[in-house]
Design a protein around this ligand. Structure first.
Ligand SMILES: *Cc1c(COP(=O)(O)O)cnc(C)c1O
Length: 406
């Protein structure tokens, strides 16, 4: 037998394993400081699930205990009660009308972002932002669409640098591309795109016959009016965009697992509707989200669920503000935080992003994520997250302030 050699082209995830190794080595060398380490590096939430979600899960578990209310295999594309709640709250509330058959409930946005490539031909040209969420690139490498690795990235991937110079907004490609991954609010930069900016992309994609794969995992963190909550707020998006949403960052579902993908019926490639292709892909390789999880997700849209989730998001937003303002006040150039749980900062004095990582770990026992790990254009930047506890966030910022103010 032969393996899929494309897998051999992927570097092992040296970013998070590299961070873990450095932290482990530091703890071994300085056992007395091990307890002092604060991580503002993780992209995982820490607050518990909303009480309304927990109640809904308990009820659903109880239903599973009795033959009359037991649920076996769920519908492949989602329970109607959840699809209706999504339509009403995530779309109609923003002036967007969709049909339930355009929504596919899943176990999360990572799987869907990764699996969506199944419905596209291998010789499509893929465009990604740099820095970027690694899943978009790695899944295209696995399927053979990315070409070969070079020092500057993969030969068949079109990289779009996003730096302070362009306000972290990619420029339209100067050559034809077929599949464009966009993520706003962005991980890792924490920056976002206005309506006018997204309209340029929708117009480009419609003109070029390209598809936009829009990752809206951080939609719940949007605070500014000019930032669209869904790509379908942009006229023309239904003929060129697929949208990924997740309950992970919205409602703390990283360990529960639920998300959904929207594939509008109006989206076609050479006259072929993409929606039934994704429906077939899901029905063949995926068996639906558990009833208990879908009840949990639906509870996010009840009045009390919405309020509880808003409170948790507000907790993280306060952390983001503490980090953003604390760093700004001691002279850092900082980005993100306003519509995002991520703070993206310029490393001081032109320091490399790993060098800055070492400094924070060794001097302050604070762990963050070097920007370079998200792509070459992330060099010279550093990511901190607002997902820690308020107490640890304050403590970490106080250490940074004390050190960099002198
Ligand atoms: C966290 C995250 C997701 C969500 O992934 P899930 O699989 O739904 O937990 C998707 N995209 C980006 C960019 C993320 O950071």
């Amino acid at each position: 037998m032969k393996v899929n050699e494309n897998f051999l082209k992927i570097k092992s995830s040296y970013l998070f394993s590299g961070i873990a190794r450095k932290v482990r080595e530091y703890k071994e060398a300085h056992p007395e400081k091990a307890g002092e380490i604060i991580s503002l590096g993780i992209g995982d939430v820490t607050r518990p699930l909303a009480p309304a979600v927990i109640d809904a899960m308990h009820k659903a578990v109880e239903e599973m205990a009795h033959a009359e209310t037991f649920h076996g295999y769920p519908p492949e594309y989602g329970q109607d009660f959840l699809l209706q709640a999504i339509l009403e709250n995530d779309y109609r509330a923003h002036g967007v009308e969709l049909e339930t058959t355009e929504i596919f409930v899943s176990d999360g946005a990572k799987s869907d972002c990764g699996n969506i490539g199944d419905i596209f031909a291998e010789d499509n040209k893929v465009a990604v932002c740099d820095p970027v969420y690694p899943v978009y690139v790695d899944t295209n490498v696995m399927s053979g669409r990315a070409g070969d690795p070079t020092e500057h990235g993969f030969t068949n991937i079109y990289y779009m640098p996003c730096t302070a110079e362009n306000n972290f907004l990619p420029a339209l490609p100067d050559a034809h591309v077929d599949i464009i991954y966009l993520c706003f609010p962005n991980n890792p930069t924490g920056m976002t795109a206005s309506r006018a900016e997204l309209q340029k992309w929708v117009d480009y994609a419609n003109r070029e016959g390209a598809v936009i794969l829009f990752d809206a995992a951080y939609e719940a963190f949007i605070t500014e009016d000019d930032v669209p909550h869904t790509i379908y707020e942009i006229p023309g998006a239904k003929t060129c965009a697929i949208e990924f949403k997740s309950f992970s960052k919205t409602a703390g579902f990283t360990g529960v697992r639920c998300g959904y993908t929207v594939v509008p019926h109006a989206l076609k490639a050479n006259g072929v509707e993409l929606n039934p292709l994704w429906a077939r892909r899901q029905a063949t390789k995926f068996n639906g989200v558990s009833y208990i999880t879908q009840r949990a997700a639906a509870a996010c849209y009840t009045e009390e669920g919405k309020q509880q989730i808003r409170d948790t998001i507000a907790y993280y937003q306060k952390n983001a503000k503490v980090i953003y303002e604390g760093l700004r006040d001691c002279g850092f150039t900082v980005y993100g935080a306003v519509n995002s749980p991520y703070i993206w900062l310029k490393t001081p004095d032109g320091m490399g992003s790993w060098e800055f990582f070492d400094l924070l770990l060794n001097e302050l026992q604070v762990v963050g994520t070097p920007g370079e790990g998200f792509g070459p254009s992330g060099e010279g930047y550093f990511r901190l997250t607002a997902f820690g506890s308020a107490e640890n966030t304050e403590k970490a910022v106080a250490r940074i302030k004390a050190y960099f103010k002198k």
